[in-house]
Design a protein around this ligand. Structure first.
Ligand code: ADP
Ligand code: ZN
Ligand code: MG
Length: 479
């Protein structure tokens, strides 16, 4: 049976505010447990919340960045549940009147345009963190995260494959980073994703029963978890047992690479939502929305198009570079200093990203200064060192903050371009290889390649290859 995969995502992103949503505690990550708390975010009876205006500003910015309509009148609601990650027994969130609705994100994936509708974006408070100790019958609670502002971004079920869903996550992360709405540090949990997936026979209009997967904390895992769940559902369809797919919440266990039943799906009424009586409705005048919108910077989709147009990059290369804000900035700094855009992208994609990867580093950790990068490219283009030596210098620049000149001197990498020196090497090699000369005379032109190899070896790779090749060919012809 031909089945179509249907995916919708619910993404939580922590907003980049200095203080929490309803109190003035710091939002900083990495503080000592429970250091960033006060009676308000600990939910002590008798305390009252005050809405942080910066939360509204950033959520409106997020809304406009993904083309949402902003509800000029919206309000907070209580979502009631009993769990010690929030002491109040409810989460202050938004229910029937969220801040932003009806948006759209358009991006390129594998050469085709994908359009994903955004159902809504609402603001809410994050919960504390429970730490379950393995060997002791107790759990610990850290409330530093309780009250950190979040936006929950809910897509329509418009994604059609796990890979497409991961690509969307990357795009959204890029938007939130470029617009400085969230740090999007997945490793610190500042962006998290719940993924909903169902299958349906091709051509069928109604969606199938969806399963929600929670607890996914990296892009790679989003895709992996969805692929696993897709396979599980597909197998049930293939055995005619699709009725066994129950609407439920499954937990992704990354170490087992499996989704496991967590609970049957809760319904909205389980949460007994009702309007938050301690906060007034949020009224956002149109002028304020316009003002915030005017602060939106160039977003990934626009920057990608500009990189393709201005720097002649392929759509794919531009996507990789623009995919990380720091990398894109670095790229432009180097190019603006006068380097050839294509050469720079080749170095970034071919050498720099690999070095980052091997060393488990992020573009934020790049130490090479744009000036040194440009100098190196010029040195290679002038033929002073070979391409191979260039890569070696680049690697050294990556690890230290030395200039290319310094490294070249230290390593003795200057390329031999003087014809006298090259001639000496070529003569030596020819003397030692009479057989190759014979071969060449008998029409075996590949002998040139072999002799080139010998010259390169004799010079420890320092000879300028085109010059050496030309000289070998001339000498052979005149022999
Ligand atoms: P619920 O009522 O369970 O909260 P919603 O309609 O609010 O469901 O949707 C929650 C998320 O699930 C959204 O991201 C939405 O795109 C996605 N979703 C809804 N129906 C399906 C489906 N049949 N298959 C996959 N995802 C779905
Ligand atoms: Zn507090
Ligand atoms: Mg819902």
């Amino acid at each position: 049976m031909l089945l179509e995969t249907v995916i919708g995502l619910e993404i939580h992103a922590e907003l980049k505010t200095k203080t929490k949503i309803f109190c003035s505690c710091s939002t900083e990550f990495g503080a000592k447990p429970n250091e960033n708390t006060c009676p308000v975010c600990l939910g002590i009876p008798g305390t009252l919340p005050v809405l942080n205006e910066e939360v509204v500003n950033l959520a409106v910015k997020a809304g406009r960045a993904v083309n949402c309509k902003i509800n000029n009148y919206n309000k907070m609601d209580r979502k009631n549940y009993f769990y010690p990650d929030l002491t109040k027994n409810y989460q202050t969130s938004q229910y029937d009147l969220p801040m932003c609705v009806d948006g759209k994100v358009i991006f390129n994936y594998e050469g085709k345009e994908v359009s994903v509708r955004i159902n809504r974006i609402h603001i809410e408070e994050d919960a504390g963190k429970l730490i379950h100790l393995e060997d002791e019958p107790v759990s610990l609670i850290d409330y530093n995260r309780a009250g950190v502002p979040l936006v929950e971004i809910v897509t329509e079920p418009d994604l059609r494959s796990p890979a497409e869903a991961a690509a969307f996550m990357r795009e959204l992360k890029g938007i939130l980073e470029y617009a400085e709405i969230s740090d999007c540090r997945m490793d610190q949990g500042s962006i998290r994703c719940d993924a909903n997936i169902s299958l349906r026979p091709y051509g069928k209009k109604e969606y199938g029963t969806k399963v929600e997967i929670k607890n996914i904390n990296s892009f790679r895992e989003v895709q992996k978890a969805l692929e696993k769940e897709e396979k599980r559902q597909r197998e049930l369809y293939e055995f005619g047992e699709e009725h066994k797919i129950k609407q439920e919440t499954r937990r992704w266990d990354a170490s087992k690479a499996k989704t496991l039943t967590m609970r049957s799906k809760e319904e909205a009424h389980d949460y007994r939502y009702f309007p938050e009586p301690d906060l007034t409705p949020i009224i956002i005048p149109q002028e304020k929305i316009d003002k915030i919108e005017a602060t939106l910077p160039e977003l990934p989709i626009e920057r990608r198009a500009r990189f393709v147009a201005d720097y002649n990059l392929s759509e794919k290369d531009a996507s990789i570079i623009v995919g990380n804000k720091t990398l894109a900035k670095f790229y432009e700094e180097v190019v603006n200093l006068g380097a050839n855009p294509k050469t720079v992208s080749n170095y970034i994609l071919g050498v720099l990203l690999r070095l980052l990867n091997i060393n488990n580093m992020e573009p934020e950790d790049i130490k090479i200064s744009p000036k040194n990068f440009v100098d190196l490219i010029k040195i290679i283009e002038e033929g002073k060192i070979s391409n191979t030596a260039g890569k070696e210098v680049f690697k050294e620049m990556f690890e230290t903050d030395k200039s290319p000149e310094e490294i070249i001197k230290e390593k003795g990498l200057i390329q031999i371009s003087s014809s006298d020196e090259i001639e000496k090497l070529v003569d030596e090699v020819l003397n030692e290889n009479p057989k190759s000369i014979e071969d060449f005379k008998n029409g075996k032109t590949q002998a040139v390649g072999y002799l080139m190899g010998q010259v390169m070896k004799a010079s420890k790779g320092k000879v300028n290859p085109p010059l050496a090749k030309k000289m070998i060919e001339e000498k052979l012809k005149n022999m």
